[in-house]
Ligand binder design. Structure first.
Ligand code: ZN
Length: 251
């Protein structure tokens, strides 16, 4: 069975649709949070994800954009985007975002897996280093944890007491990048597919991943999309220019 793993879509419908077109066949879809915030198409993205994703976790922007929490801790640009998104969302869509469940989420169809936004122990934690990842894997009973929040594709692997070094390749940024990583039995993983709507790894392509339970593999995708259109929506909405500019940089 193939599971499409989407994270940090951030109201970017152009990036999301390009990823869905590149993804090919799949049996189910998981969304790791931050469906909204930053981008110019919150309703379009909520409606697409609501129809598609059986597994959903809330993110910190989902909380702020639906009024569940205020924008304390957000920088001024993120705060402005959250307030704009709150106003722009239809009542039904805002309610759907508001009601997204806190992670970790487990699903009967996907044994051994859990889905979180930040970490299994703190939905707002940024997991960006080997020591933190090692601690989380060691303390978690799951073989495979999918997480988001950092907007950086990553694979952390713990075999016995040893962290393995698994490198992700960027390749040519004008093309769709596809990298399959075979998972090993007896090794436990913490995997981030990267961000669809606001990549921050210096590569502007939209990122997602596919988990294949039959093959026991995760394939990382990097997909070029119509960045100019996504920027046009942000500027047209009167959102801060920086939110448009950073999409070209992938920062
Ligand atoms: Zn995010």
């Amino acid at each position: 069975m193939r599971l499409l793993i989407l994270s940090d879509i951030h109201s970017n419908i152009d990036a999301l649709d390009a990823c869905l077109a590149a993804a090919g066949g799949h049996d189910s879809v998981a969304n790791l949070g931050d469906v909204v915030g930053y981008g110019g198409a919150p309703n379009e993205v909520v409606e697409r994800v609501r129809d598609l994703a059986e597994i959903c976790v809330r993110g910190n922007h989902d909380r702020a954009c639906s009024g569940l929490t205020d924008t304390t801790g957000f920088n001024p640009i993120a705060g402005a985007a959250a307030r704009w998104t709150f106003e722009k969302l239809t009542e039904a869509n805002r309610q759907w975002v508001h009601d997204l469940p806190r992670g970790p989420i487990i699903d009967a169809n996907w044994s051994g897996l859990q889905f979180v936004h930040g970490s299994p122990f703190d939905e707002d934690e940024y997991v960006m280093s080997d020591p933190i990842a090692e601690m989380i894997i060691a303390e978690s009973p799951f073989d495979l944890t999918f997480f988001g929040h950092t907007h950086l594709p990553a694979i952390y692997a713990l075999r016995g007491p040893e962290m393995l070094d698994v490198q992700l390749e960027k390749g040519n940024r004008d093309e769709i990048g596809v990298q399959k990583v075979e998972l090993e039995v007896g090794t436990r993983y913490l995997i981030n597919p990267g961000s669809i709507g606001q990549p921050r790894d210096g590569d502007p392509r939209a990122k997602f991943a596919v988990y294949d339970s039959g093959e026991n593999s995760v394939t990382f995708y990097r997909v070029p999309y119509d960045i100019a259109m996504a920027q046009h929506r942000i500027i047209g909405a009167g959102l801060p220019m920086r939110l448009a500019a950073r999409l070209s940089e992938g920062r």
